[in-house]
Design a protein around this ligand. Structure first.
Ligand code: PRP
Length: 219
């Protein structure tokens, strides 16, 4: 895998769990940053592969950069991908890392009726609207940017839509998971135009990452 002379390839990543679990996979594909991404305040990092660089973004910005072609390739949670939609990009590989579930949660019993006009706090407004609509419910969606678990306690909302991993955060705040919306893991996404113009290097990257993912699965 090598870009053609002068060719650039930009890969968008997010700090935290996605970064720490993606870097070893990228290393197996021959791409490693030339300095520690975790310890630096820089946002752009050249790599061991000439022409290939990493950029560090907020997770919710990764689909935006890839959609507009500012980054060719990105790694993003399926939750944020569902929320942003897949216009202008391809979801090419499940990296099988940073697994969790996207769920509704609340303090009381699961709803049984369809009539209730409930208030739902979430940062996943599109996903939440689609989920409740599929249940015949038109919720009042309240957009939040974090600490969703606080909203029912403070009587801002009846339920939340959020990612659940261990369930400890819900439990610690007197809440429990209600409805499963989707299983989440990190996905490799590719700008549609880049897929055509840089097909050779991107196909090679996807193949190598796919091999690295499969070898972990089998380990
Ligand atoms: C996420 C999510 C929950 C928590 C779930 O928050 O929003 O609060 O993790 O994990 P658990 O089930 O293992 O308790 P995160 O810490 O990622 O921060 P965020 O609010 O920025 O999403």
């Amino acid at each position: 895998m090598k870009p053609a002379k002068g060719e650039q390839l930009t890969i968008a990543l997010t700090k935290g769990r996605i970064l720490s679990e993606t870097l070893p996979l990228l290393a197996e594909a021959g791409v490693s940053p030339l300095e520690s991404v975790e310890e630096s305040r820089k946002l752009i990092f050249p790599t061991t592969m000439e022409g290939v660089s990493l950029v560090i973004l907020r997770g919710s910005d990764v689909p935006t950069y890839v959609r507009h072609g500012a980054a060719d390739v990105g790694v993003v949670g399926k939750d944020l991908l569902m929320e942003s939609g897949d216009e202008g990009l391809y979801e090419v590989l499940d990296l099988e890392i940073a697994r969790c579930r996207l769920m509704t949660a609340g303090t009381g019993q699961a709803r049984t009726g369809h009539a209730a006009k409930i208030r739902v706090a979430t940062k996943f407004v599109n996903v939440a609207r689609a989920h409740y609509s599929s249940r015949g419910i038109q919720p009042n969606i309240i957009k939040l940017y974090g600490a969703m678990e606080l909203a029912p306690i403070m009587d801002l909302a009846d339920e939340i839509v959020d990612i659940v991993d261990t369930g400890n955060t819900l439990k610690a705040n007197g809440m429990r998971p209600l409805e499963h919306i989707a299983d989440i893991s990190s996905r490799l996404i590719v700008n549609k135009a880049s897929m055509r113009t840089r097909n050779h290097i991107i196909a090679s990257l996807v193949e190598r990452l796919g091999t690295a993912v499969a070898s972990r699965r089998d380990a």
